[in-house]
Ligand binder design. Structure first.
Ligand SMILES: [Zn+2]
Ligand SMILES: [Zn+2]
Length: 250
């Protein structure tokens, strides 16, 4: 009620104001404070802004992850470059980012993949129930587009506002362009016994997309061996990872 004069106000209106104040207080207490790159519009229109946000608590099958690093992939620029409403997956405001790594801060109900404090690497999300997922081909999940690009799954709120989250999260199940973000359980790889310190966890963040795309193409899709000759066009994160994959294959 601060800022509102309460003298000579009818009791019924006072009760409404008190209820509003209480709602705001409760919503704020359900939120963690974070910083995120919020896309309000396309990058070309200057719509990407670093802002103070609130993050809701993790629900069933979700984790709250404190990011230590995030790669930047062309898909972030591509999705955040489509004018709002031009396609079902083009909506704002939202938080992008899909090569995150970090430490688990909280877990929601039913989460078994990691516990608070565990280091985690993040990748794409999938339904785990369709026939394609059941066959182990998660990246070809029948609902891949809806789960990874769709929504909006509203997880964040601007710190200047209170109330229900209005900013979309869970891009690729993770929205890693935030130092705290809601992550789907299926996007999480527990790196507890894989990384020795924070620096190593930061270094491995791009495993979530660029590294596995490049090296996976050579190792798993092409199954290239030392008797093959391969051509890699372009040496960004994906191309360089393809070279590393080729070196591993001999
Ligand atoms: Zn990517
Ligand atoms: Zn699926």
């Amino acid at each position: 009620m601060s800022g509102r004069a309460s003298n000579n106000v009818p009791p019924s209106l006072l009760r409404i104001w008190q209820r509003e104040e209480e709602d705001r207080r409760l919503s704020a207490s359900r939120m963690d404070s974070a910083k995120a790159i919020v896309c309000h519009d396309t990058h070309a229109n200057g719509g990407w802004k670093m802002e103070q946000v609130g993050v809701r608590k993790p629900g069933e099958g979700e984790l709250l992850v404190e990011m230590v690093a995030s790669g930047i992939c062309h898909t972030d620029a591509m999705i955040g470059g489509i004018p709002g409403g031009a396609a079902p997956i083009a909506f704002y405001p939202r938080v992008l980012g899909h090569e995150g790594s970090g430490y688990v801060k909280e877990v929601g109900k039913g989460v078994t993949v990691a516990q608070p404090g565990d280091p985690v690497l993040l990748s794409f999300a999938f339904c785990n129930t369709c026939d394609i997922c059941k066959a182990g081909h998660y990246s070809n999940c029948i609902d891949f587009n809806d789960i990874n690009f769709g929504g909006p799954y509203r997880d964040f709120t601007l710190a200047s506002k209170s109330g229900e989250p209005e900013i979309g999260g869970q891009f690729f199940g993770q929205s890693s362009f935030a130092n705290l973000s809601i992550v789907r359980q299926c996007s999480v790889v527990n790196a507890k016994n894989l990384v020795k310190d924070k620096k190593e966890l930061q270094l491995f963040a791009p495993l979530g997309c660029g590294i596995q795309t490049g090296s996976g193409t050579v190792i798993n899709a092409a199954k290239a061996t030392s008797s093959d000759v391969i051509l890699i066009m372009g040496l960004g994160g994906v191309g360089l990872s393809a070279i590393m994959g080729a070196k591993i294959q001999g």
